[in-house]
Design a protein around this ligand. Structure first.
Ligand code: MOS
Length: 728
């Protein structure tokens, strides 16, 4: 095993020398044809012999107690195989959803909490029967109205410790310029196109689940714990995942319920959540209320900043939306108060949704910076330049790589940012008010433990194996490119096997750490293979040159197939965080630039163009990295203009839990999006030198849109989304 845990800045020799030009290239996704021809088999597809179908029953009320469950009508429906409602097993605490109340607690946490699973001969019967299950309840006090609940200022959940440096109140009192504003964001649904789905079957005491999940190594452990069996008895498969956006980082209730049902009925069972049920059985992003305070001198140099928020969670949830995650390292200023308070509610769990913290935290801070710039009569880019920190403003650590200033400069140039921004409400195009806006973007970079096995096969081709997932992000392709680059092979000669928890444990897809971590493990495994090839060539590894399936050294050239000679060369690589990740402050950076038009008559906003420049370390695949960023920008437009999960405070129900009424952006909403990269290999980040991309594009994107709307209209909306009623 070639292991490197980033104890020092690291330049892998093989990657440094490689000149294939395979890594970084904007190649099409290699699994793309399988997806567009319908061959890719997602979790709900495939029909194992004897399959039965299941539907989940949720509580009809959102608080109180369960008195009893009457399943007789459901059981009597022809085609129903079983109705299960009294199994004492339930997901462990780390799962995202509570699948079933324990026998010893009948407390209702939220509306739609799973309490029974109906198994039938087909899906329609299962869903019909589920509607016939009667759940008798006793009403209790409810906490559906987030704003009416007491605030816990010292929550014991969450991973981001509060920061309180210097005396912000005193700095605010003395500063030449101050700003104190409150911004809010509503509930956001992760809204993956493929709803949560699982097919489960048992072979003796071994369970296999095909499940739509971002992190199957973790899923296997969580499922095993819930079912009280050994993790090595569980195999989780997720070769194709139709989007995750954070909603599939944990195990959904449906996975555990399908496993229980398959055991009870002795047949394979599959279940897919109907769209409306995903709002209740999948976590959402909490609403946030954010108070931003900034104190600056007369030149706009920030002396103090506060980012204090309130977010919501139910009694079972342990996740606290880390609102200032991305705003902590953004700007200078010694006095800093960054904290997040909590209200407990009787609603489905809130959890990590794409760019937890940054997606919404940048809305508050980046709009506040725009307001401050106006107050100072200063260009918003110039204000940000003056407040670019030299080291991490909280820890004092050096940045690994930080090209934020280049993002501003290049972005302004490419966008055509004017020397003087037109006054708000002054630019008009017919009945449209036109405006421009910008915002900074930042996403912390993390490298997590990841392993990969690389086999150089007897025929000179390579195979990469690990339990990564590809949630539509390009994982198959970048793993193949990494191995191809290292071993001198075209991507067509690299087979990637992933999405199987029996393969070496990798990072999974989450936190923007998947690509950098997983590809680094491949780099390390390939370095080992290069060492073996060098031995066989009687050469030093640094003297090898690999290209098109041939290896050359000292004037001699041999095909890889000849050099491998019969038995595959197999190597393992393992990476993880180490001293270097502690020594440096690591993040990806960027700047968004937007032009909007707001209809002066109807208040309708159309984004006309959007452009961003991003500092992401090494770009592994220009096309998939660009797609990641444009996806984030599109979401930024969507949550700026329309996304809003609305709670009925009388019942705890979501009023709009489907795509008919929860409006994500569609093609007609999205103009040409332009993405540019500033590429600087980050040797402190991980062996492949790549920083996170997946959650960078959404960070700051909504704020840039809101700032452009202000410039167009002169109306500052501080409550997302900026719907037309707020502009009239
Ligand atoms: Mo992400 S919210 O870690 O999928």
């Amino acid at each position: 095993m070639n292991e490197h845990v980033m104890d020092a800045a690291f330049r892998p020799g093989g990657l440094d020398r490689a000149k294939q030009g395979v890594l970084g290239l904007g190649l099409d996704r290699i699994e793309g044809p399988a997806k567009v021809t319908g061959v890719a088999d997602y979790a709900y597809e495939g029909t194992p012999e004897g399959i039965a179908y299941a539907a989940i029953v949720g509580t009809p009320v959102g608080s109180g107690r369960i008195l009893g469950i009457d399943v007789s009508a459901a059981e009597a429906l022809p085609g129903v195989i079983a109705v299960i409602h009294d199994d004492p097993r339930m997901p462990a605490g780390e799962s995202n959803s509570r699948a079933m109340p324990k026998f010893d607690t009948d407390v209702i946490l939220h509306l739609g909490q799973p309490v029974a699973i109906v198994v039938a001969e087909d899906q329609a019967i299962a869903r019909d029967a589920a509607a016939l299950v009667v759940v008798r309840t006793e009403a209790g006090e409810d906490r559906f109205d987030v704003e009416a609940q007491p605030v816990d200022t010292k929550p014991e959940i969450g991973f981001l410790p509060p920061v309180d440096n210097g005396n912000l109140d005193a700095v605010m009192a003395d500063a030449a310029v101050t700003l104190d504003r409150t911004y809010t964001t509503p509930v956001h649904f992760p809204a993956a196109l493929e709803p949560h789905a699982t097919t489960a079957w048992w072979d003796g005491d071994r369970l296999t689940v095909r499940t739509s999940n971002q992190v199957i190594g973790g899923a296997r452990k969580t499922i095993a714990k819930a079912l009280k069996i050994d993790a090595d008895k569980v195999r989780a498969l997720a070769p194709y995942v139709g989007g995750g956006f954070g909603g599939k980082t944990g195990v959904g209730a449906e996975a555990i319920l399908a496993a229980i049902a398959a055991e009870v009925v002795g047949r394979p069972v599959k279940v897919a959540l109907p769209r409306r049920q995903t709002a209740y059985m999948v976590h959402h992003r909490s609403h946030t209320t954010q108070r931003i305070r900034i104190a600056a001198d007369e030149h706009g140099v920030i002396l103090g900043m506060g980012h204090e928020s309130v977010v919501a969670q139910n009694d079972d949830g342990e996740f606290l939306e880390p609102v200032p995650f991305g705003t902590l390292p953004l700007y200078r200023g010694d006095a800093r108060r960054f904290k997040t308070d909590l209200v407990r509610v009787d609603l489905p769990a809130s959890g990590a949704v794409r760019a937890p913290g940054e997606a919404v935290g940048t809305f508050g801070v980046e709009c506040a910076m725009d307001e401050l710039a106006e107050q100072l009569g200063m260009d918003p880019i110039e204000l940000r330049r003056r407040n670019e920190p030299e080291t991490d403003p909280v820890s004092g650590k050096p940045f690994s790589t930080r090209r934020m200033l280049d993002c501003y400069t290049q972005g302004a140039k490419r966008f055509g940012w004017p020397a003087s921004v037109p006054a708000p409400g002054s630019a008009r195009d017919g009945e449209w008010l036109v405006g421009i806006g910008m915002a900074a973007s930042l996403r912390g970079n993390f490298t997590v433990e990841a392993q990969a096995r690389v086999r150089l096969e007897a025929d000179g081709r390579a195979t990469v194996e690990c339990d990564m997932t590809d949630i539509g992000t390009g994982t198959y392709t970048i793993l193949a490119q990494t191995a191809g680059e290292m071993l001198g092979l075209p991507v067509a000669d690299v087979t990637v096997r992933l999405g199987d928890s029996d393969l070496p444990a990798s990072a999974g897809s989450g936190g923007s750490f998947g690509a950098g971590s997983a590809c680094s493990a491949v780099v390390l495994a390939c370095e080992d293979i290069l060492g073996e090839l060098a031995l066989r060539m009687n050469a030093a590894p640094e003297d090898l040159s690999l290209q098109d399936g041939c290896v050359s050294a000292g004037g001699r050239s041999v095909t890889l197939a000849d050099l491998v000679r019969g038995e595959a060369i197999v190597a393992m690589g393992k990476t993880g965080p180490g001293a270097e990740s502690k020594r440096t402050s690591q993040a990806s950076h960027g700047a968004h630039f937007v032009e909007v038009a707001v209809n002066a008559v109807t208040g309708e906003t159309r984004v006309r163009r959007m452009l961003g420049v991003f500092d992401v370390g090494r770009v592994l695949n220009r096309k998939t990295a660009t797609s990641q960023i444009t996806g984030g920008m599109a979401w930024g437009i969507a949550y700026a203009l329309s996304e809003e999960g609305i709670v009925d405070t009388r019942t705890g129900a979501f009023v709009n839990p489907d795509f008919g009424e929860y409006h994500v952006a569609v093609n007609a909403d999205i103009p040409q999006l332009e993405v540019h990269f500033i590429e600087e290999v980050d040797t402190s980040a991980n062996p492949v030198g790549a920083k996170g991309v997946g959650e960078l594009g959404i960070s700051g994107a909504g704020a840039a849109v809101a700032n452009a709307i202000y410039n167009a209209t002169g109306i500052r909306v501080r409550d997302f989304p900026v719907t037309l009623d707020k502009l009239l």
